[in-house]
Design a protein around this ligand. Structure first.
Ligand SMILES: Cc1ncc(COP(=O)(O)O)c(C=O)c1O
Length: 502
């Protein structure tokens, strides 16, 4: 019978040192060879799971066996997001300083829910979020230094949208008649091109009854460049106010997932002010991908009018060299956010919190516990400097321009939406004899499948809805932004697309 007093055997610090070096070597080797691996794995559903036993081992296994399984089980089943030939979705950047800082964060293993549970975790986050806010040109009220606003690192842009919506509802409740015993019908607004996380946030918040609830979530049409139609937004706000519904949140997108279109924050704020006056709904700017570009002064125009928004989010974990997860969010007034998310059981009470002199980030997010994510952002910002971050973005924007020019030079293809930074939507419309393709959607889907099957590049498609006289169209997306993606990779991907085209 097992000895009930026995304690498990932990990895000793010396063994950890040895094994840790092996793991770091493995990662460094991976960085060196990831460009040679097929971007998409060749596995069938269930194949990876089939390599694992049905139940956990009863007895401890030696490290050698565990680590060997990374090569046997894990590697063949990976999509290589860090391949320079990865052009799908949006990039999910990684970098040496970020990986090592994340390792430190995991090794130190603190929880930063309260200032008191790790003052460094909180204070570095506050300071670094002010650095980043200044780096993208945010007005002073969004910075913690202002005393009223401030930044917080969320896990994802989806969480940022959710907490913004909760803050918006909280503020709207305060504006309602004092003593109202139940909520009115709250409504939220975003464009047809917005990310699905906006509808999901409304579902989680209990504002929407389901994904198709178009009374609670108004999807506003777009112009021919896929930017939200602010006249239609104003009309929808007025219509709902007239029907005694209460608009509580508008989400503007700067850099839509489909084609990178940027809503005008300025015009959205104007529409809101005209329709709602003093009881304006919360205006959140979802700049998940494109916000990173604002580190370059020449791209700050994307955020014009942000001073009239209530919150903004972008993901350094997409295009700013910081490993997932790191979603940077700022609010202009932290009051409604704290009002929506603060609850203080006895065991969380402490003198520092009660003094009012500290930030407790648990009140700025959904979960209680939080990792020391600021460490990787701090390391990245210092290791690259703002100059390095600008060079990173500019290099990819130049590659986006290059790809666009290559597409335009081949009469079989067309650019299907205005290029946005380093994202180009394009499609084949003619065959090699110059005749229009009878079924361009089918042809482009097949082209994509042929390209992705080679393993030499990975792109995805999107469907752009009817706009500006064009019918809805399936288009291919070339999203340049990998940490190690250079001109040779973009040219090779284009040659592959050309040779796979009809
Ligand atoms: C505009 C936009 N918003 C939100 C998201 C969701 O991001 P996250 O995975 O950080 O929630 C994405 C993802 O690509 C996006 O493009």
């Amino acid at each position: 019978m097992a000895d009930p007093t026995r304690a498990p055997e932990h990895m000793s610090p010396d063994e950890f040192r040895r094994r840790g070096r092996e793991v770091v070597d493995f990662i460094a080797d991976y960085m060196q060879r990831v460009d040679t691996l097929p971007v998409l794995p060749d596995v069938r559903p269930g194949e990876v799971a089939g390599l694992l036993p049905d139940a956990a081992p009863e007895e401890p296994e030696p490290w050698e066996r565990l680590f060997a399984d990374v090569g046997r089980v894990v590697m063949p089943g990976l999509t290589h997001w860090q391949s320079p030939n990865f052009f799908a979705f949006f990039p999910a950047n990684s970098s040496g300083p970020a990986i090592l800082a994340d390792l430190l964060s995991t090794g130190l293993a603190v929880q930063g829910m309260l200032w008191q549970t790790s003052p460094a975790c909180t204070e570095i986050e506050t300071r670094v979020m002010d650095w980043l806010g200044r780096a993208i040109g945010l007005p002073e009220p969004f910075l913690a230094a202002s005393g009223t606003g401030g930044g917080v690192i969320q896990g994802t842009a989806s969480e940022a949208t959710l907490v913004a919506m909760l803050a918006g509802r909280q503020r709207a409740r305060r504006l309602l008649a004092a003593g109202a015993s139940h909520d009115p019908a709250f409504t939220v607004y975003t464009s047809t091109q917005a990310h699905s996380s906006v509808i999901k946030a409304a579902m989680i918040a209990g504002i929407a009854r389901g994904p198709d609830d178009r009374t609670a979530v108004r999807l506003i049409g777009t112009d021919s460049s896929y930017r939200v139609d602010c006249a239609a937004l104003e009309a929808a706000l007025r219509e709902d106010l007239a029907a005694a519904r209460v608009p509580c949140c508008v989400v503007a997108t700067v850099g839509t997932t489909g084609c990178g279109a940027a809503d005008s924050v300025e015009d959205a704020a104007g529409a809101i002010a005209r329709a709602c006056g003093a009881s304006a709904p919360w205006l959140h700017v979802d700049a998940a991908w494109a916000g990173a570009a604002a580190v370059c002064p020449e791209h700050r125009g994307l955020l014009r009018g942000v001073g009239r928004a209530d919150s903004l989010c972008f993901n350094p974990h997409k295009w700013l060299l910081t490993n997932f997860d790191c979603s940077a969010m700022w609010v202009r007034d932290r009051g409604p956010l704290l009002g929506a998310l603060s609850i203080t059981p006895d065991y969380l009470r402490n003198a520092a919190s009660e003094s009012g002199a500290v930030i407790d980030y648990r009140d700025w997010q959904v979960p209680l516990g939080r990792r020391f994510r600021a460490l990787k952002l701090w390391f990245v910002m210092r290791a690259y400097g703002l100059r390095g971050l600008r060079e990173h973005v500019r290099a990819h924007v130049r590659l986006g321009e290059l790809f666009e020019s290559l597409v335009r030079a081949d009469p079989r293809f067309e650019v299907a939406a205005p290029r946005s930074l380093s994202l180009v939507c394009f499609r084949q419309v003619r065959d090699s004899l110059g005749a229009p393709l009878p079924d361009p959607d089918g042809a482009n889907r097949a082209l994509l499948d042929r390209v992705n099957a080679t393993g030499r590049a990975y792109l995805v498609h999107t469907v752009l809805p009817a706009a500006g006289g064009e019918p809805a169209r399936l288009v291919l997306r070339m999203a340049v932004g990998g940490t190690r993606t250079g001109e040779a990779h973009v040219r090779a991907a284009w040659e592959l697309l050309q040779s796979a085209a009809e």
